[in-house]
Design a protein around this ligand. Structure first.
Ligand code: FES
Length: 179
C-alpha cells in the first residue's frame, strides 16, 4: 500500500511533463507541417498544372471564316474560357492572322517580346509593312522576326482550318521566322 502510494505520487509529475512535451511537439509539428504545406502545395501545383491542362483538339477556339484571311495581316479578337480551380473567366485575346508567300494561313500574337506591350501592323511610317510596338519602338517583319529592340520573334498561335473556319489554340514559339 505504501509502495503503491509512492509509485502513484512519483508518476504524477512524469505524466504532467510528458503531456506538456506532447502538447509542444504536436503544436510545433502541426505548425511546421502547415507552413511546409503552404510552401510545397503551390510548388507542386505549379509543376503539375501544365500536365493537367487539356491539350490538342479541345483547346482550339473558332475565330474567323477562312475566306476573310488575306496576305495583309488583320487583327481578330476572340474569347477564351478559362477554368482555374474554382475560378472561371472569359478572357479576350487578339491575333494577327494572314497568309504567307505559299498561301498558308498563320496567326501571330500581338504581345511584344520586349516588355509585353501590344504591336500593330503598319503603325509607324518609318517601318512600312512591319509590326511596330509603340512602347520602345521594337519592330518585326510580317513573319514576326524581331528587327530591333525585342530579343525574340513574335509568338505564334497553334492553328487549324476546319469546315472553312480558322481555329486558334495555344501560343507557341514562332515557326515562320527563317533565321
Ligand atoms: S514593350 Fe515593345 S518595344 Fe518595349
Amino acid at each position: 500500500m505504501h509502495d503503491a502510494q509512492n509509485k502513484h505520487s512519483s508518476e504524477k509529475p512524469t505524466r504532467r511533463e510528458m503531456s506538456r512535451r506532447q502538447f509542444l511537439s504536436y503544436t510545433l509539428g502541426g505548425t511546421t507541417a502547415f507552413m511546409a504545406a503552404g510552401v510545397t502545395i503551390p510548388m507542386i501545383r505549379f509543376a503539375v498544372d501544365p500536365i493537367l491542362q487539356p491539350s490538342g483538339e479541345g483547346s482550339f477556339v473558332k475565330v474567323v471564316e477562312e475566306s476573310k484571311i488575306t496576305n495583309e495581316p488583320k487583327s481578330f479578337k476572340f474569347q477564351v474560357h478559362q477554368v482555374d480551380g474554382w475560378y472561371e473567366s472569359d478572357t479576350e485575346l487578339e491575333a494577327w492572322i494572314m497568309k504567307d508567300d505559299k498561301g498558308a494561313i498563320y496567326a501571330l500574337s500581338p504581345v511584344c517580346k520586349h516588355l509585353g506591350c501590344t504591336v500593330n501592323w503598319n503603325a509607324d511610317a518609318r517601318y512600312q509593312n512591319q509590326f511596330f510596338c509603340p512602347c520602345h519602338e521594337a519592330h518585326y517583319t510580317k513573319e514576326g522576326k524581331n528587327l530591333a529592340v525585342a530579343p525574340a520573334p513574335l509568338d505564334e498561335y497553334l492553328i487549324k482550318i476546319e469546315n472553312g473556319f480558322v481555329y486558334l489554340g495555344k501560343v507557341q514559339p514562332n515557326q515562320h521566322v527563317t533565321k
